[in-house]
Write a protein that binds this ligand. Structure first.
Ligand SMILES: CC(C)(COP(=O)(O)OP(=O)(O)OC[C@H]1O[C@@H](n2cnc3c(N)ncnc32)[C@H](O)[C@@H]1OP(=O)(O)O)[C@@H](O)C(=O)NCCC(=O)NCCS
Length: 203
C-alpha cells in the first residue's frame, strides 16, 4: 500500500470512500439523520463538506497497486460544519425552511458527541473500500495516525463509532477500548443507532 496526503482533487474519491457503501452503518445513519433519500445525495453532501471545509488537508489516502484510492484516514477534528456551501445544499434539498428541519437533528447529534480527554489525538474518519477490507489496509492507515500522534507528543488516540457499527470489532483488534457511550432517544429516532461509543487507545 502507498500512502499519500490527500489533495483538493480527491474530493469525489473521498466521498466515495466515506459514504459510497450504502449498507454501511455510518452511511445509513447519515442518510437518515439528514433525511436523504438517495446515496447520490449523501455523496454530494460529503463532497461539499470535504471541499468547503478543506478537510482533505488532514487526510491521508491509501492507494492500490493501480494508483486508485482504496482507503483514507483523517486525523484531527471531525469535518462536519455548516459552511455556506452546506447551507446552500440544505436549502436545495429541504427548501426555504431548511433550518427547521436541520436544527433538531443537529441538536440530537450534538448530544451524543464524545468529550475527549486532554492529550488525545482524534481519528475523525477511517474508511477502506469494501472490496479491499480485511487485508490490513485499515491497520496501516491507523499506523499513520499513531505516528503523527507520537510525533506531536500525544499519548492517546481517540475515535467515536456508532453503537450499531460492526467496525468496532476492528478498532478493538487494534487496541481501542470503549471508555464511554452516549445515547439519546431523539438521535435514535432519526438514525436508528442509539448513539456513539467513544473509544481510546493508549500509545
Ligand atoms: C473499519 C475499517 C476501516 C477496517 O479496515 P480494514 O482494512 O478492513 O482493516 P484491517 O484489515 O487492517 O483490520 C481489520 C481487523 O479488524 C478485525 N475485524 C474486522 N471486523 C471485525 C469484526 N466485525 N469483529 C471483530 N474483528 C473484526 C479483523 O480481524 C482484523 O484484525 P487484525 O488486524 O488483528 O487481523 C473498515 O472495515 C471500514 O472501512 N469500515 C466501514 C467504515 C467505517 O465504519 N468506518 C468507521 C467510522 S467510525
Amino acid at each position: 500500500m502507498r500512502a499519500r496526503s490527500a489533495s483538493e482533487d480527491d474530493t469525489d474519491e473521498i466521498a466515495r470512500l466515506v459514504v459510497g457503501d450504502a449498507a454501511q452503518a455510518s452511511t445509513v445513519a447519515l442518510m437518515r439523520l439528514f433525511d436523504l433519500n438517495q446515496v447520490a445525495e449523501a455523496l454530494e453532501l460529503t463532497r461539499i463538506m470535504t471541499a468547503s471545509t478543506e478537510s482533505w488537508r488532514s487526510m491521508v489516502i491509501a492507494e492500490g497497486s493501480d494508483g486508485q484510492p482504496i482507503g483514507l484516514v483523517q486525523v484531527g477534528e471531525a469535518f462536519a460544519a455548516l459552511t455556506p456551501e452546506v447551507l446552500e445544499f440544505a436549502r436545495r434539498v429541504y427548501g426555504e425552511n431548511y433550518q427547521e428541519i436541520l436544527g433538531p437533528r443537529l441538536a440530537a447529534m450534538a448530544l451524543v458527541q464524545a468529550h475527549y480527554p486532554a492529550n488525545c489525538l482524534l481519528v475523525a474518519e477511517i474508511h477502506v473500500d469494501l472490496a479491499h477490507r480485511g487485508m490490513g489496509i485499515g491497520r496501516a492507515l491507523l499506523d499513520v495516525a499513531v505516528e503523527q500522534a507520537l510525533a506531536e507528543g500525544h499519548n492517546l488516540l481517540g475515535l467515536q463509532t456508532l453503537t450499531n457499527n460492526p467496525s468496532r470489532g476492528a478498532f478493538e483488534a487494534w487496541g481501542f477500548v470503549v471508555t464511554e457511550t452516549r445515547t439519546d432517544d431523539e438521535f435514535e429516532k432519526y438514525t436508528g443507532a442509539t448513539g456513539y461509543h467513544m473509544m481510546l487507545r493508549q500509545l
